[in-house]
Design a protein around this ligand. Structure first.
Ligand code: KIV
Ligand code: ZN
Length: 510
């Protein structure tokens, strides 16, 4: 079976999703999960664009030893040099150079003619090749490019040293038959194509990114660029979990497969959603909350008789335990720890202490605690490790005859206890105003959403928010059986991220 190279661009194209701001620690955390998942190539960032991006690529290159670490560069000497400096410590570094090739982009954006574009592409690939052997080139907007010019460009960059040529459907415009024919055309018309791996990079503007990527494989492409949860510019990129599970589930049809450790998918998906604040829709294929839940009576009957009646994949294959069972308020610390280990969480003593305390608190209010509840609790404890302010207590009074009032107690820097109260238009507004009085960092709440982790009136609610300050976005999440408490936790989570970023900025200015 021939191998499909999985090139993950969650940390680059994925981070280009509106509002998905990741700090360096977040990126390292995601990169470690991608390595555990056995992703072949990690596109860690676009180093020329910011010092934060440069630093993230550099640290990922220094730490991760297994996957190829790739840095993106537009076709300019400075960008190529920055990409090289960022990946130079990687065990397996790659530079990915891109330049637009469609008439629309060349005329309106680049303001260059074909000859100028061809020369620039060749020169920048050669420059990158002077640093390292593993070079990828992307003719941006390839699917709206004159195929003859595309063939010419690919031949030129392969001669200049490109070892992977990536065909991006930048604006998500193509459809499977057309894209398959384009890839076939490349194999028939680019004389030196045998010297490079053909890759594809599809956007989901028409909801066809995964279908287009799979169609390209049929015609000889052997690298797919994709992201966890399908996040990315505009409607996003092809989703890694959909590609991987399609190839695995229909191995009867495909003569090629990936080496992804699929049992890591769910955990990684959840982490990416947590850190980017991009909630996964319940009906999302593979990793949505409803992907393995069966509602209709006929379906439930079939599932009880034989799961294969209505399930084409085993939830365990993506890392879901499949059990609805159940720790309760009498469960001890040891059972709790063992259960978490079964779910793939290795917590240190302090994290375990905090997660167990949170579990006991919830177990007092909720009869059964499912694996999804546990994951929400653990994710929260892992999130709150570096806090400047910690939420100790929140109390609200509200109702249709009351002015909503909140009082909040926090532990601040140096362990000092501080408390304040505020009125608001609703209970969450009152809580946020009370917290603002204590923390005193100006910001704007731009998004607020609540979802329930499991069914039932006693379900754990998870609140996701985004705040903006100084032109940057910070996400926060909090979980509790009480959605006001979850809202307060989410706000503290976002504020602590904002404060950590401010502290970092101040210390680098010192
Ligand atoms: O969509 C696109 O064209 C890209 C390139 C940089 C590969 O993201
Ligand atoms: Zn893209």
């Amino acid at each position: 079976m021939s191998k499909v190279i999985i090139f993950d661009t969650t940390l680059r194209d994925g981070e280009q999703s509106a509002g998905a701001a990741l700090n360096i620690g977040d990126k390292l955390d995601i990169a470690r999960h991608l390595e555990r998942m056995n992703v072949d190539v990690i596109e860690a960032g676009f180093p020329i664009t910011s010092t934060g991006d440069f630093e993230a690529v550099r640290q990922i290159s220094q730490e991760l030893r297994k996957p190829v670490i790739c840095a993106l560069a537009h076709a300019s000497p400075e960008a190529v040099d920055a990409a090289w400096k960022a990946v130079k410590d990687a065990r397996r570094p790659r530079i990915h150079v891109f330049l637009s090739s469609s008439e629309i982009h060349m005329a309106h954006q680049l303001k260059k003619n074909r000859d100028q574009v061809l020369k620039l592409a060749r020169d920048m690939v050669a420059r990158a090749k002077g640093y390292i052997p593993d070079i990828e080139f992307s003719p941006m907007d390839a699917t709206r490019t004159d195929p003859k010019f595309l063939y010419q460009m690919l031949e030129a960059v392969i001669n200049a040293g490109a070892t992977t040529v990536n065909i991006p459907d930048t604006v998500g415009y193509t459809i499977p038959q057309e894209f398959g024919a384009l890839i076939q055309g490349i194999f028939s018309n680019v004389p030196n194509i045998g010297k490079a791996v053909v890759s594809v990079h599809c956007h989901d503007d028409l909801g066809l990114a995964v279908a287009n990527s799979l169609a390209a494989l049929e015609h000889g492409a052997r690298q797919i660029e994709c992201t966890i949860n399908g996040i990315g510019e505009r409607a996003g990129n092809a989703s890694l979990e959909e590609i991987v599970m399609a190839l695995r589930t229909r191995k009867d049809l495909f003569e090629y497969g990936t080496e992804i450790v699929t049992t890591e998918i769910y955990k990684t998906s959840r982490l990416v959603s947590d850190l980017t604040g991009m909630v996964v829709q319940p009906n999302k294929a593979i990793i949505g909350a409803n992907a393995f839940s069966h509602e209709s009576g006929i379906h439930q009957d079939g599932i009880l008789k034989d799961r294969s009646c209505y399930e084409i994949m085993d939830p365990k294959d993506i890392g879901l335990s499949g059990s609805t069972l159940t720790l309760g308020k009498l469960s001890g610390r040891h059972a709790f720890k063992v259960h978490l280990q079964e779910l793939g969480y290795e917590l240190n003593d302090e994290e375990l202490r905090r997660a167990f305390a949170a579990f006991k608190e919830v177990a007092d209010k909720k009869k059964t605690i499912t694996d999804r509840d546990l994951e929400a609790l653990v994710a929260e404890e892992l999130r709150t490790v570096s806090e400047t302010y910690h939420l100790e207590q929140v109390q609200v009074s509200c109702g249709d005859r009351n002015v909503p009032t909140a009082s909040v107690r926090l532990t601040g820097p140096g362990g000092t206890a501080i408390a304040d109260a505020a009125l608001g238009t609703g209970p969450v507004d009152a809580v946020y105003k009370a917290i603002n009085r204590l923390v005193g960092v100006p910001n704007q709440l731009t998004e607020f959403s609540v979802k329930s982790i499991t069914e039932g009136i006693d379900a754990i609610g998870e609140v996701t928010i985004r705040i903006q300050s100084g032109g940057k976005t910070f996400t926060g999440r909090g979980a509790s059986t009480d959605i006001i408490v979850a809202s307060a936790k989410a706000y503290m989570n976002a504020l602590n991220r904002l404060l950590a970023a401010m502290e970092k900025l101040n210390s680098s200015a010192r």
